[in-house]
Design a protein around this ligand. Sequence first.
Ligand SMILES: Cc1cc2nc3c(=O)[nH]c(=O)nc-3n(C[C@H](O)[C@H](O)[C@H](O)COP(=O)(O)OP(=O)(O)OC[C@H]3O[C@@H](n4cnc5c(N)ncnc54)[C@H](O)[C@@H]3O)c2cc1C
Ligand code: FES
Length: 577
Amino acid sequence: MQVLSINAGPLKPLAVQQEVIKSGFYKGACEGEVQVVKIGIEGDFRVACATDYNRAVFFYQSSYYDRWREELKRDLPYGMIGENVTFDGPDDSEFYLGDVLRIGSAVLCITQPRFPCRKLTARIQEGDDFPLRYLKSGRLGFFCNVVEEGKMSPGDPIILEHRETDPYPLTEFTRVTFLEPRDVESIRRMLACPVLVPEWKIRVERQLRRAIGAEGWSDYRPISVVGRRVESADTISLDLEGAADETLPDFIAGQFVTLRLDVPGESDPVVRTYTINGRSASGRGYSIAVKRIPEGEGNDSTMTGIGSSHVNDKVREGDTLMALPPRGLFAVEPGARPIALLSAGIGVTPMMAMLEQLATCPLSRQVYFIHGARSGREHVLDVRVRKLTDGSELLHRFVKYSQPSPEDVEGRDFDAPGRVTIADIETILPSLEADYYVCGPVGFMRDTIRGLVDRGIAKDHIRYEFFGQNEPLFEEPVAAEDADEPVMDSAGNPIMVTFARSGVSVPWPRGAFSILSLAERRGLRLMNSCRTGLCNVCVCRLDAGKVSYAVEPLESPPEGEVMICCARPTTSVMVNA
Ligand SMILES: Cc1cc2nc3c(=O)[nH]c(=O)nc-3n(C[C@H](O)[C@H](O)[C@H](O)COP(=O)(O)OP(=O)(O)OC[C@H]3O[C@@H](n4cnc5c(N)ncnc54)[C@H](O)[C@@H]3O)c2cc1C
Ligand code: FES
């Protein structure tokens, strides 16, 4: 296999479906060596997917060009299909998800086939049915993400450096997602593929729900509590399963379920999200661990956590809870770098699921599970972690206790006293060049993530999830004395936020994180759960004005609605809350 042409293109207007859009689809051959960076080929303008690292570089076979030229009876220069790399090599049927390719000094990993879009129609000018023809031809080519940045040149050999032991064929990907989308068994097999990228996992899960029709799970459904264990002084685990012995659908390690709890004394249901930390004991459902938020803990807490206290005190084996299906994008990304799972406190739950997933996948990446707990009394899920890490050459455990109790033994229960710091990470990992996953209290996340970035780790190598209020980690903090100062619009008037149902109208202050947090400062209690754009619980009607998002929502709310937990007004707004 060999690179024939490397193609890049500037941003140009492209007329498509009665509008003119900006596109990087006009690609021409690059001369000599090019630099491959995380987002693609340097000098190539990619607009639609400029933040999609899993579609960084598009590969297309020269033999496919020969067949298109024959069929279309015209010349087609390389780059016309939109590919970055035209190569001499076998058909898509001989490639698999997760194949790692070395070209020059760059290393890339196959993430998905290339599916046609309207820009291909506009560029190739072969009629509106060309995308369908392209899809049915099976001559799709594929996208890669960039595992190691480097340089490549036309003429470089393409070396297959790694293939999964039970690899998932690219042609099967296309069959299941586009050609036979209702084949439930095949969809399930695809979901089990460990190197399927999160964006596709989520799409395929939706497809599965559609394919199983009425039995699908898209809204709240009853699930049973089939097991309850005390994990520590302040945390219990619940095993949740579907009624009638059916197996609950697969989840991506790192995803959560949303529970609607009927808490006595609360007029509205209390909606809270809990990470699935593994399968239930029978393997048919999910296991969650819920830490009680005690009085005085948290940002400005003056009360005990409503949902977590209810789960700890009242929910028992045999109870039925209402739950939404697993959601969330905090998931292990494919790649070749070592992985550091960094957690503190109850932030361990996604790391537990990820560690279990990584233990079963045939990748040879080193995984460092680094966790901080207050003491052995609060330390949860450690038995499962040790089962995976003890004696393993790939999975490593390191635990610190900030306030060890007299019965905790250093070297047996924990590795060192104190909180987990960047210095620990520097000591434990052979090099800081790793993929980081971080979850825990806000202070831990802020210090860890900022510390890593200060040491030169690229932000896109660090993924994290907040369990409560999301915090803008990289924005300059607003000075305390300026926090209440109103933000002005372009006409010099204060931006006002009106909560229509509550009859409250307040200026938008510089220090507020979101419309929801402003409402809470003013004493309003509005429905919310994840507070980070994931669960849709806080979505309200937007009656007037415009917003931007401090955190990109998992799914943008439809026109006329707003996700108040992470929205900020850009003009005066009125929300129906
Ligand atoms: C994606 C996601 C996954 C989550 N996974 C888990 C999980 O696996 N296990 C788990 O126990 N929790 C998890 N949570 C947190 C959980 O959803 C609730 O926020 C938590 O149980 C508190 O709810 P509450 O009703 O008890 O507290 P509330 O009554 O909502 O809050 C009471 C006070 O506690 C503060 N507070 C709220 N949440 C926290 C927190 N996490 N830490 C410190 N103070 C807080 C608030 O500021 C408030 O002042 C997750 C949250 C998210 C967004
Ligand atoms: S509270 Fe979950 S999306 Fe806003």
